[in-house]
Design a protein around this ligand. Structure first.
Ligand SMILES: [Zn+2]
Length: 271
């Protein structure tokens, strides 16, 4: 792969030589060679289940998963300001998963962490995967670039987190998600990043009526940069088997759905 990647930095918006940004940070279980497969390739063959990537062409990222998204100064700054806090929490959750069966399966306590630093790392990752989007990401870029800036506008953004044991890495840039339930349907704009053992959904213009997945961590943004805290979180675990944002079907559910679609096609579409 060529080392000359030029473009607009996902944070400062300067045109510059872009450096490789690990998403998530390298020490958060993202240092081994990764073989990401693009979503469109997954769906190019009808019989393939979404998690079956065998035989598909992939980009070989020897250094782990990430993007050439940040200029060198932004990459270094955000890495040193926020990276370690993300890494610590990823390791705490990894150990929590390793301790099965869980003594307290409903909750997890994360001691002495810096919530603001952690959420700024998360937001920085969302900036990287949404580098071609301008207006709606502006405020989030400022939040990341200004180390001491506190607070995210909760009328515009909601960030939810969940835990996952799946090894399925997902970067889902901004897209619109429609949710259907008994009371009707509602559409919302989302972006999602999943990388073992954590997953995040960034919701845009959140409404009160929407049923959000994961635990809302937007208030992590209200802590000061040097303010540490012990945080109790519900242990919300999601299974990850496909590339759609905020889509947590089990393999059995997907298989059932594929079978039903096939049957419907056989019954309704003549040979
Ligand atoms: Zn930059």
């Amino acid at each position: 792969m060529s080392n000359n990647h030029y473009g607009k930095c996902a944070l400062c918006r300067q045109y510059a030589k872009l450096s490789f940004e690990h998403i998530p940070p390298e020490a958060a279980f993202n240092s081994t060679p990764a073989k990401p497969v693009r979503g469109d390739k997954l769906f190019s063959k009808g019989e393939r289940m979404p998690w079956d990537v065998s035989g598909l062409r992939y980009e070989n990222l020897q250094q782990g998963m990430g993007r050439y998204s940040l200029c060198e100064p932004c990459n270094n700054k955000t890495g040193s300001w926020y990276g370690n806090d993300y890494i610590s929490i990823a390791h705490i959750i990894h150990h929590f998963f390793a301790k099965k069966p869980f003594s307290n399966p409903t909750g997890v306590e994360i001691r002495e962490i810096y919530p603001l630093r952690f959420i700024k790392q998360v937001v920085s990752m969302f900036c990287s995967i949404n580098s071609n989007i301008d207006t709606v990401m502006c405020e989030l870029r400022d939040f990341v670039l200004n180390k001491d800036k506190v607070g995210i506008d909760k009328n515009k953004y909601k960030i939810c987190m969940y835990f996952t044991e799946s090894n399925f890495v997902k970067y889902a840039p901004l897209s619109v998600l429609a949710k259907f339930d008994d009371s009707g349907s509602e559409a919302i704009a989302v972006s999602e990043i999943t990388a073992y053992p954590l997953g995040f959904i960034l919701y845009f213009d959140p409404t009160d009526s929407y049923k959000y997945d994961g635990v809302d961590i937007t208030s992590f943004a209200d802590y000061g940069y040097d303010c540490s805290a012990t945080i109790q979180l519900p242990f919300i675990v999601k299974e990850m088997n496909d590339i759609f944002p905020a889509h947590f079907r089990s393999r059995e559910e997907i298989e059932k759905c594929v079978e039903e679609n096939k049957k419907w096609a056989e019954d309704n579409i003549g040979e």
